[in-house]
Structure formats: C-alpha cells, structure tokens
Design a protein around this ligand. Structure first.
Ligand code: SF4
Length: 893
C-alpha cells in the first residue's frame, strides 16, 4: 500500500487498545511522517475486519502534543537514572521504616501482560506485600470471584463463535451496542442470518442494545438475583433441568434450589420485586427453558454491585442446572471492559491473586510461586483492594504509591477522597503515556511510558484469546516500556537476579513457564496453562497468531471452550452451585437523596478520555457530560431539557446537561463516567459515587448511588468556537471539546461580567498577533451578545452568550472552520448562527465515521422516503463502517 507521496507503508498487525473485545487491527504505518491508516484485521477471529468508531479513529490519537516525553521529579525534567533512583530509594526507605505494606502499586487493564507480570512479581514476590491491585477491580472482579466460586477457576467457558451458534442470547447489564460494539455487530449479523435467534436485554435502561431485542426487561436496579433465583425455580418446576448433568458434574444443587425457592415464588411476585410485567417475566423464563443453546452475556451492570458476585453466580446456577455450559452456542460469558483485563487476571493483577491463576487462599500456591521465583520474601496474604488501598493512603497506612497507566482521581468511587489521599501521600509515582491527567497532576515523579502505537507485547481478550500488540513507531521522546521501568526500579532495589529481562519475549516465556509449573495436565491442577510458549523464540513471538488458552502439550493450538467434559477445577472436580439469598443495595434512596444514580459508558469515548478526546470525530456525538432523567422526574425537579443540573450525593457533586428521556426509569438518573477536570469543570461522576463494595469481590457499587438533583441557577449560557486553544478564567461551568480545526468551549455561570465586550476581547484577543476583523451584535435589554473574529477571510473565533439556553446549534458554525475561506453569505449569517438560505445544517453528529448529522439523515428519510438503515447507508454512508450508530439511525426512522 502507498501513501499520498508514494512512500511504501509498513503493514503491521496489532490489537485495539480499548475494550475487551480485543479486535485485530491492520495498521499501515508511515513512520517518517508519524501517520497511520487503520483497518480491521480480516484474519483476526475476534472481529474479522470489523472495528467500531473508537478503533477506527486510533490514527487520530497518536499525536505527540499530549504525551509525557521525559521523566520529571517534582515538576522538573530529569534523566531516567535520576527518576528511577528516586523511585527505588523512596520505596526502599519507606519499606525499611514502615514495612512492605506501606508501599503499593495500582495498575491498569491497559498494561500489557508482560508489564503486569513484572509489576506483580516485584510487589508480591520480592517487596513482599500483596499491595498490587488494578483498575480491573472496578469492572470485573465480581465475575472473577463468581467464576472461581462456581468453577474453581477464573475461566470464561465459551467464545465469540458461540454468538453465531446460539439459539438465544441474553444481554444482562450490558449496553453491548456501545460498550462492546464489534461483539454487538456479530450478534446483529447472527440475528440477520437466523431470525429465530431470540435476543433478550435485561437492563434498567432502554439502551441502544434494545434495538435487536425480542424482549427488553427493564429490571429495577439491583434486583437481578431475585430474577435469576426465580428462573432457577421455574426451570425446576417446568422439569427443564438436566438432571444427569447436575448429578454427574455439580455439587450444592439441593441447598441452592431451597434458597431459590425461599427467595422467589410465582412470576407475578417476582415481577413486582423486579418492577417488570409478569407476562414479560413468564416469556423470558419460557424461552430460557425451551432453548438449549442459551448464552448469557453480562458486564458492568452485573459486576458493579454490592452483590455483584452473587449476581454472577445466580446466572451461572441457571446454566449449570440446564447443563448449558462448555458446548457450542451456550454458557455464561462475561464481557470484559478493558483490552487486557484478562491478561491482568492471568498474572495476578488483583490484590488477592498471585500469578498464573494462583492466589493467597492456598498456601501450596504461595510456596509454588516462591519456588518458581526463587524468593523467600514472597507476600503471604492479600493486599488492599482498590477502594481500601486509597483509604489506606488517605489514612497514612500506605505512604508510597506507584500508579501505572490509569487515572484513579477520576475513575474510583468517592473520587474527591482519592484526590485528597494522593495530596496527602508522601510519595506518588505515576507512569503514563499522557502528560496532563487529573492523576499525573498529583504525582511527585512522572515516568513516561510507551503509548499504544509503540508497545510490544501481549493482551488477552474476553474469550481468552492472547493477541500481540506490536510496535508501529519508535518510542516518543524518552518513553520506555512499563516492564522496563519496573525492571530498572527492581534492580535498584536489590533484585537484579530476578529482573534480568531485556526483551518482552523473555517475560512472556517466564509467564508461560510459571503457568505450566507443577501443573500436571492429567490431574488438571490449574486451567490457565500456556506452557507451550515457555520456550517460544523471538521469531515465533513476533509472529504469534491470536490463540485461546490453554495452550499446552494437550492443546498446542489452544482451545475454544472449556468444561465440555464436565470437569471443573474445584477440589472435587465438580462445578459448585452457590445458594443465593438476594440482598438489596447497601445505600438506598432516602428523603435527602431520593434518586438512584446509575453510571456507564458512551459510544465514542473510552474511560477517562485521555486518548479518545484527542480524536475530533469522537467528540462530536456526545460532547458534554449529561444526565438522563425521565420526563416526569424532570417535571418534579423543575428541570428543562438541555439546561444544566447540579447532582449531589453524600460524597460529592457534579454538573451535567439535562437530557429528558423515557428510556430512563422514574426515580433513576444515568450519567456517563468519562469526563475529567481536563475537559470539564465539574464533570467527574466518580466524585459522587458510593464507595460501598461487594464483600466477596471488593468491586464498588458504581450503579447505585442515592443522589438529589436540582437546576443549576445559571444567569447566562454561552459558547466559544476558536481556531486556537484559549486560556481564560474558568466560569463555574466549562467544557472543553477538541474539534476538526477548532476548539469548543461550552460555558455557564451565575455571575455576569461587567460588559461582555470587554470579557470577549480579553479572552479571544490573546491568541493571535494580527488584527482580525470583528463582527458584533449586542442587545443589552435581552442580555445577549455575539461576536465573531475573521482573519484572512477565515473564521478565527466566534462567541455567543444569552441568559437562556436559546443559542444557535453548533454544527453549522463548527463546519466553517474547515473551510479555506468564508463565502459572503456565510459571513453575513455568522452572528445569526444559522446557515444561509439554501445551505443545510447537518445537526448533531450521529455517524462519527462519516460525520453524518441528525438533520441530514432526517432530511434524506423525508425527501427520499428511505425505510431502513441499509437504505440510509446506501444514500449517505452513515452506519456503513463501524455500525455503532445503527441503533440511532433506526430510532430516527
Ligand atoms: Fe476496539 Fe471497538 Fe473492537 Fe472494542 S469493539 S476492541 S473498542 S475496535
């Protein structure tokens, strides 16, 4: 393939760094110009060429402006050796004075398996503390605990191919359409090929995923265990059990059934508890009972709960009871959030784990890992899990923390306390590829890590498939691999003999060898076994094809499904039913905080936006933090659509744009999790979220926080669009959005400046030395002011302010920044804020891939009488690339 200049582009196969689908990418790399073209890898079994909007936009996120390029110590750039010495010396002296449990590492599902392995080895194997936890605690530790209880191992039984073979797919607490879009596309294709495939969505919200649903159960938040206990009961009553499977391969059935019978009665009562229609519950139960090939896909709506582990086991119980596990088209399947959440689990990234699926609950595991690592200082008990870890920092018990590739000041619950904890902490190290985050702002030492396009190692996706992330570019600045940084610190702390690595393949070999160490395949001691890679050559590692573990002597090519033989990794070899007694969420709504706050992701942003917010097209779909509220609740709290609201909980507060929607249940709010202080003055939802955790998994209850809401009493609303970034005194409400050749600032405040002219000149005039032409309009009686600056017949900046939200739509105005010159009628229309007659405003962006707006789609539907998303695709291309916007196109139809 050639670039514009006919330069031969290097083709590299790598893996998307965002969600747990783990899509393969074919990258065409122009190393000289530091440019990329991205395509889905047609040969990768996770996606077969598909990518979602986030994956498709990766080329726009590799810019160097935002990168951390040099190590810094107390704000001063320094050499690597100075920074590494400081980290090693500070950790060593803290351990000497206060013991090993006074230091900690907090990692991330963004780390490669090799990075994770050495970090965990350092902390648990040599420093001798269990204090290594990871942000994966926030998204899937409940399923780790649930699988372990049921199967004796943290094992996803099935694979993505099962989507195409299932007769029924149940999506539980998962907006797959937005959070795992390529999996959703595969499910959509499966449904198109087999219209008999039943799809049930169980979710309190009517999400984009309901587009495919034959049945949507808008369950009351937190009542999932009642529903699945009741399903178990129903399966028993209807004689829909696989009695032979239960007898031969499971234990604990009798107690579990009694528990299910005690906590659930007829479907009418269950429907009442779960706030569902009895006939819908009946239908779901009937479908589950009458189909053998049932897949239950679940995600954060199940895991992020104070009873998350029980929810997982209540689902697994139903699959064990019907024997629908380990065979094609069936099984309980957890969709993991992060690209390498699974890799982190394999190497022991969670504080209760050791490595290679061994943990602190088994003394034999501890001795085995100690033998393998040849260490006598191995930790012997679990460390602090994420929420407790930051509490321990706050309380001064942990005095030095090393945060790797994550942003806990935004993503953890009770995030203001996390911020305080880091402000109080004696020594905070952050290794990251991004320079300015809410967390790096509090670091004493910042260490520049490689970005996605420079990393070289492995990741594991939701279906246990190990894939290579390969380097596309040389490291930016002085950035180094995370494993290298850890290794250098470990050597300085005196552990040279155990941290001799010079290449990532050496770590991968050791990791693979540990997985097979004292792991007799005949006795099936541990399921995680990739010992076939223990002596992998550099060449074979470089060319490693995506493979599902186990990969050992018995399965040299990997294995699609586990447990087909009915053998599990419990002491008896049998799967365990877990008797579930449903529990209510810990903090219930009350007089002061009468609403339930639910949190989640949006389609085009990833986690705390450090990378996706760099891609202009990903910022257009949902540019501001928003709160979704049912219209009747909005009426009760006197909230108007598109105004601003203040949301408060016991723990903190935030501001968000009000969106009225009947997809939201009465009494509940939904707010996305992504915004940080880098992009929003008061957009950190983590500040409000309940720090209660599941007692088994320690996963926080991020889906259920009692809150109250009221209108933000703005005296004015305004926005600026500017060709250059602006610096100005922050009004109370400020949102920063990067667009295509422009920066957008959404604002509101309670105090009105003395004159808007003076304010505007002060804010806009410091960006350019040349004198622009001004257009201005002022209506003092209405409190409105509009100003535009034009330089060389191009729009330089434009500002609108009004006492209400009645401001022009931004889409036409933002489109003017990519125009080489403004036409006369466009100049005349600037301060009206509407396109000249005969020009169409595209409206809010629906299709990010082809920049197609809502108004364009509506006009095409009307004028060309389009009847399907396929027809719209043919006409406008919208929805024909990643397909993430198809649910919205269907809604417009
Ligand atoms: Fe990346 Fe999207 Fe695939 Fe997830 S679904 S791995 S975000 S391309």
């Amino acid at each position: 393939m050639s670039s514009d200049n006919d330069i031969e582009l290097k083709v590299v196969h790598t893996t998307c760094p965002y969600c747990g689908v783990g899509c393969g990418i074919t990258a065409h790399v122009d190393q000289e110009q530091h440019r990329l073209q991205i395509q889905g890898d047609h040969c990768h079994p996770a996606n077969f060429g598909r990518l979602c909007s986030k994956g498709s936009s990766l080329a726009d996120t590799i810019e160097l402006k935002s990168r951390l390029l040099e190590p810094t110590v107390y704000g001063r750039e320094c050499s690597w050796s100075e920074a590494l010495d400081m980290v090693a010396d500070s950790f060593t002296s803290t351990i000497k004075q206060y013991g090993p449990d006074a230091v900690a590492i907090y990692g991330s599902g963004q780390l490669l398996t090799e990075d994770y392995y050495v970090a965990n080895k350092l902390m648990k194997g040599f420093i001798g503390s269990g204090n290594m936890d990871t942000n994966s605690r926030l998204c899937m530790s409940s399923v780790v605990a649930g699988y372990k209880r049921a199967f004796g191992a943290d094992t996803v039984p099935g694979c993505y191919d099962d989507y195409e073979q299932a007769e029924m797919i149940v999506l539980i607490g998962s907006n797959t359409a937005w959070c795992h879009p390529v999996s959703f596309q595969r499910i959509r294709a499966a449904k198109e090929n087999n219209p008999d495939l039943k799809i049930v969505v169980i979710d309190p919200r009517r999400t984009a995923s309901c587009e495919l649903a034959d049945l949507h159960l808008p369950i009351a938040i937190g009542s999932d265990t009642i529903l699945f206990n009741s399903l178990l009961n129903y399966l028993n009553q209807q004689d829909a059990l696989d009695q032979q499977y239960i007898r031969q391969h499971t234990e604990g059935w009798a107690e579990t059934l009694i528990s299910a019978q005690t906590s659930s009665s007829d479907s009418a009562r269950v429907a009442e508890h779960c706030r569902l229609r009895p006939q819908d519950v009946e239908l779901f139960f009937n479908w589950f009972a009458s189909h053998k090939k049932v897949m239950s896909l679940f995600s954060q709506g199940i895991n992020q709960s104070s009873s998350g582990t029980d929810k997982v086991n209540s689902i697994i119980n139903c699959h064990l009871a019907t024997g629908s596990i380990g065979k094609p088209g069936m099984g309980p399947f957890s969709l993991t959030g992060q690209p390498n959440a699974m890799g982190g689990r394999e190497v022991g990234g969670l504080a209760h784990q050791l490595a290679a699926h061994m943990d602190f609950s088994n003394s034999k595991d501890i001795e085995r890992v100690a033998r393998f690592w040849n260490t006598h200082t191995i930790a012997r008990k679990p460390g602090y899990a994420a929420v407790d870890l930051f509490n321990a920092i706050h309380d001064g018990k942990v005095k030095a923390i090393w945060i790797m590739g994550t942003n806990p000041v935004v993503s953890l619950p009770n995030a203001d306390k996390v911020k305080q904890a880091l402000q109080r902490c004696d020594f905070v190290v952050v290794s990251d590829c991004i320079s300015e985050t809410d967390t790096t702002a509090l670091a004493h030492v910042k260490l520049p890590a490689l970005g996605w396009s420079e990393k070289d190692g492995t990741v594991t996706n939701s279906e246990r498939r190990i894939s290579r992330q390969r380097a596309l570019f040389e490291p930016a600045g002085s950035a180094k691999p995370d494993w290298w940084i850890v290794t250098q610190v470990a050597r300085r702390m005196g552990y040279e003999h155990a941290f001799h690595y010079t290449r990532s393949v050496e770590i991968f070999r050791e990791h693979a060898a540990l997985s097979g160490y004292e792991n007799n395949p005949q006795q099936q001691v541990r399921d995680f076994d990739i010992s076939a890679f223990a002596e992998i050559s550099q060449h074979d590692y470089d060319h490693l094809q995506p493979t599902q573990w186990p990969v050992n002597h018995e399965y040299p090519e990997g294995l699609q499904r586990l447990f087909a033989d009915g053998h599990f990794f419990t002491p008896s070899g049998k799967a365990q039913f877990i008797a579930i007694t449903p529990r209510r969420p810990v903090n219930l709504p009350n007089q002061d905080y009468p609403l339930i706050l639910n949190t989640g992701r949006i389609r085009d942003q990833w986690h705390t936006m450090t990378r996706t917010a760099l891609a202009a097209n990903l910022n257009q779909h949902k540019p501001e933090p928003f709160v979704e509220i049912h219209p009747l609740d909005a009426q009760q709290y006197q909230l108007m659509h598109n105004t601003l609201a203040l949301i408060e909980s016991t723990w903190g507060k935030m501001m968000a744009r009000v969106q009225l929607t009947d997809t939201q249940q009465q009494g509940t709010l939904f707010v996305p999790m992504h915004w940080t202080e880098q992009y929003a003055s008061h957009g950190r939802i983590g500040a409000l979220v309940n720090p209660v955790v599941d007692p088994i998994s320690n996963q926080p209850e991020s889906k259920h926080t009692p809150v109250r809401i009221k209108t933000y009493p703005a005296a004015w609303y305004g926005f600026i669009l500017s060709r250059h970034p602006l610096k100005f005194k922050q009004p109370e409400y400020l949102i920063k959005v990067t667009g295509e050749q422009f920066y957008r600032y959404e604002m509101a405040g309670e105090e009105v400046p003395e004159t808007w002219q003076a304010w505007t000149r002060h804010v806009l005039c410091n960006t350019h030395h040349e004198t622009p032409q001004w257009q201005e309009y002022i209506d003092p009686s209405m409190g409105t002011y509009r100003a535009a600056r034009i330089l060389d017949n191009q729009l330089e900046s434009i500002f609108f302010v009004a006492p209400t939200i009645d401001l022009p739509e931004r889409s036409w105005l933002t489109g003017l920044f990519v125009k080489p010159v403004l036409k006369k009628d466009e100049r005349l229309a600037l301060l009206i804020g509407k396109p000249p007659l005969g020009t169409q405003d595209i409206g809010p962006i629906v299709c990010s891939c082809f920049n197609v707006g809502e108004k364009t789609i509506q006009a095409a539907i009307k004028e060309k009488e389009l009847k399907s998303h396929q027809e719209i695709g043919l006409c406008l291309k919208a929805g024909t690339n990643c397909g993430s916007c198809i649910p919205e196109i269907k809604a417009l139809l």
